[in-house]
Design a protein around this ligand. Structure first.
Ligand code: AMP
Ligand code: MG
Length: 519
C-alpha cells in the first residue's frame, strides 16, 4: 500500500493517441485529437468527506491523512507521473446530434495499477474548466457529488456494472447553480468526486471521430480498445465480434437496471460506456411506486424518452448510433445490421431470465414470458412500491384465501390500497403465480434463494439522498455515514430502518422526485 502522492501513474491513453498539448483551457473545438492536456484548477480548502476503503485496497492505496494526498483528490497537487487530460467526445442528446461535447468537468490524472494487474483510470469530476467546458464552469456541487459518490458505490454492491468512486472532497469554494433552471441561481458548496473505471470511453468518443471523418484515428481507437479491454477477441472479424459484445453487455446492463428499478435519466450516447458500465450519475432515481413511464429528469419530461420502461429500447437506439459511427472501419454494413437485428431477442431473453429469478421460477418455461407480461401489467395498475412488493412476494404463503388476506399480506407496499377491478386482477395474478410456483422442480429454498439474490431490500432512494445532503450541508454527517454502510448490504435486512414507503412529503419535492441536470 502506498500513499497517493507516492503512486506512479501510467498514461497509456495519452501516450498512444494524439492530443492537444497546449494546455490552453479556453473552450474550443479540437479537431484531429482525442484529448486535450488539461491541468486541474486549484480550490480553496480541500476537505476529505468520504473515502472508499474497499476500492482503495484494490488500488493498493493508503487513505490520505496528509494534506498532500488530499490535495491530489482536489486537483491542488499534480505529481510528476501524472499527465492530466480531458477526453474529446461527441454525442446524441435526447436523440439529437449535439456535436463535440467532451470532458467538460472531468479531468483524468492517469492510470493506477490494481492488485488484479489491470490498469484503472483515475478521474476528478469537478476539477475546473477544460477546453470542453463550453459555457459552463467545470465544477460540481456537493449535492450532485454526494449523489454520484453514493450511487456508484451502491450499484457496485448491488452487483451491477458501474464506474466507482474512490473519494469525495469538499472544495471550500462556492459554485453558482440555477438548480431549477428558473433564472434564480444560488451559490452552493463545491465538491469533487474521484471516479475510477478501467476506461471512461463512451459511444460518443467513436461518434466524434466518425463525424469528423478521422477514420485513421477511429480505427486506432477501436484497435486499442479491443486489444486492451477485449483481449479475448480473435483477429478474424474482430470488429463485429467486438460490437456484438458491446451490444450484449449493454443489454445486460439495461436488464440489471430494470431488475433493481434504476432509472438513469440521461441516456445520451455520451453517457453510454464502451465497457457496458453505468456511467455519469446525474438525475437518476430508483422507482418507488411501480411506473414504467417514470422519468426522474425534468428536462426529459415532455417526451419521457429516458423513462424506466424505455431503457431497453433507448439502449438499442444508442447502439445504432455506435454502429453508424464504427461502420466506416468495420466495413461490413450487412453484418452490423444483423447484429442490431439480434438485439431484441438478446434483450428479451436476458429480461425474461431476470424476471424469472425475481419471481423465484426454477427456469423459464413455456408460458412464463406471457405470465411476466401480465404480471407487469398488473403492477402498472397496482403501483405498489417496487422494492417492498418483491420483498413481500418472497414471503407469500402457499395459499391466499381471499382479497382480505391478499391486501393484508402486501399492505406495506401500497401507496394506494387496491379495490375494484385492480384488486380482482391482482388476486387472479397471484393465484396463477402460486400455481406456477407449484410447477417448480427445484426446492422452495432454492427458489427463495434465487429471489433473495435478484431482489434488493435496501435501495438508495432519492429522498434519503436529499436528506443526507441537506444534513451534510448543515454539518451533520450521520445519515450520510449510515447510507455509506447501508449501500454495502442491499440484499440483507440489516438496514430495515429504511425499509418503508417513500414518505408523502417527498413525492412532489424537488430533488426527491424530479431532478434537473444542473450539477
Ligand atoms: P452530462 O449531461 O452530465 O452527461 O453532461 C453533458 C456534457 O456537458 C458533458 O460534455 C459535460 O462535460 C458537460 N458539462 C456538464 N456540466 C458541466 C459543468 N458544470 N462544467 C463544464 N461542463 C459541463
Ligand atoms: Mg456525461
Amino acid at each position: 500500500m502506498d500513499k497517493l502522492s507516492d503512486k506512479i501513474f501510467g498514461s497509456d491513453f495519452v501516450n498512444h493517441f494524439d492530443g492537444d498539448q497546449s494546455g490552453n483551457l479556453q473552450p474550443r473545438q479540437t479537431p484531429g485529437v482525442l484529448y486535450s492536456k488539461a491541468m486541474p484548477t486549484p480550490v480553496a480548502k480541500p476537505t476529505l468527506l468520504a473515502w472508499t476503503d474497499n476500492l482503495a485496497e484494490r488500488l493498493a492505496c493508503l487513505k490520505p491523512i496528509e494534506q498532500a494526498d488530499i490535495s491530489i483528490l482536489a486537483g491542488n497537487l499534480v505529481t510528476e507521473s501524472m499527465q492530466p487530460y480531458a477526453a474529446c467526445y461527441a454525442g446524441h442528446q435526447f436523440g439529437n446530434w449535439a456535436g463535440q461535447l467532451g470532458d467538460g468537468r472531468a479531468i483524468a490524472l492517469g492510470e493506477l495499477k490494481g492488485i488484479d494487474g489491470n490498469a484503472y483510470e483515475i478521474q476528478l469530476k469537478g476539477a475546473g474548466p477544460t477546453p470542453y467546458s463550453r459555457r459552463a464552469d467545470g465544477r460540481a456541487v456537493l449535492r450532485s457529488s454526494v449523489r454520484e459518490y453514493l450511487m456508484s458505490e451502491a450499484m457496485y454492491y448491488l452487483g451491477i456494472p458501474t464506474t466507482r468512486a474512490l473519494s469525495l472532497v469538499s472544495t471550500g469554494d462556492k459554485v453558482l447553480r440555477d438548480m431549477f433552471y428558473d433564472g434564480h441561481p444560488e451559490y452552493e458548496p463545491g465538491a469533487i468526486v474521484t471516479r475510477v473505471a478501467p476506461s471512461f470511453l463512451r459511444f460518443g468518443n467513436f461518434e466524434m471521430l466518425a463525424a469528423r471523418k478521422e477514420y485513421d484515428n477511429l480505427k486506432r481507437l477501436m484497435d486499442w480498445v479491443i486489444a486492451r479491454y477485449y483481449p479475448h477477441i480473435s483477429e478474424e472479424g474482430k470488429y463485429i465480434k467486438w460490437f456484438n459484445e458491446i451490444l450484449d453487455r449493454t443489454a445486460t446492463l439495461m436488464v440489471e437496471w430494470m431488475r433493481v428499478g434504476f432509472v438513469h435519466g440521461v441516456m445520451n450516447t455520451d453517457n453510454m460506456s464502451i465497457l457496458g458500465l453505468t456511467i455519469d450519475y446525474g438525475p437518476y432515481s430508483f422507482l418507488d411506486d411501480y411506473d414504467p413511464d417514470f422519468t426522474p429528469n425534468t428536462t426529459d419530461l415532455p417526451g419521457r424518452r429516458y423513462a424506466f420502461g424505455n431503457q431497453g429500447s433507448i439502449a438499442y437506439w444508442n447502439l445504432g448510433a455506435l454502429a453508424n459511427a464504427i461502420a466506416p472501419v468495420v466495413n461490413d454494413i450487412p453484418q452490423l445490421k444483423e447484429s442490431m437485428a439480434g438485439y431484441e431477442e438478446i434483450f428479451m431473453n436476458k429480461y425474461t431470465a431476470m424476471m424469472a429469478a425475481k419471481l423465484g421460477f426454477d427456469q423459464v418455461k413455456s408460458g412464463d414470458r406471457e405470465f411476466i407480461i401480465d404480471f407487469e401489467q398488473m403492477l402498472v395498475q397496482l403501483k405498489p412500491d417496487m422494492t417492498i412488493f418483491y420483498q413481500l412476494l418472497m414471503e407469500l404463503p402457499s395459499t391466499i384465501e381471499n382479497h382480505i388476506d391478499l391486501i393484508n399480506h402486501f399492505d406495506e407496499s401500497f401507496y394506494i390500497e387496491p379495490s375494484g377491478d385492480v384488486l380482482n386482477i391482482f388476486y387472479n395474478i397471484i393465484k396463477s403465480y402460486l400455481l406456477r410456483l407449484k410447477e417448480n422442480t427445484c426446492t422452495k429454498e432454492e427458489s427463495k434463494n434465487k429471489m433473495l439474490k435478484a431482489n434488493p431490500r435496501f435501495i438508495l432512494r432519492n429522498y434519503l439522498l436529499h436528506q443526507a445532503i441537506e444534513d451534510l450541508t448543515n454539518g451533520n454527517s450521520e445519515l450520510f455515514d449510515k447510507l455509506q454502510q447501508a449501500i454495502k448490504e442491499p440484499y440483507s435486512n440489516k438496514f430495515d430502518e429504511f425499509f418503508k414507503l417513500r414518505p408523502d412529503w417527498a413525492s412532489q419535492k424537488a430533488g426527491c422526485s424530479m431532478l434537473s441536470c444542473s450539477s
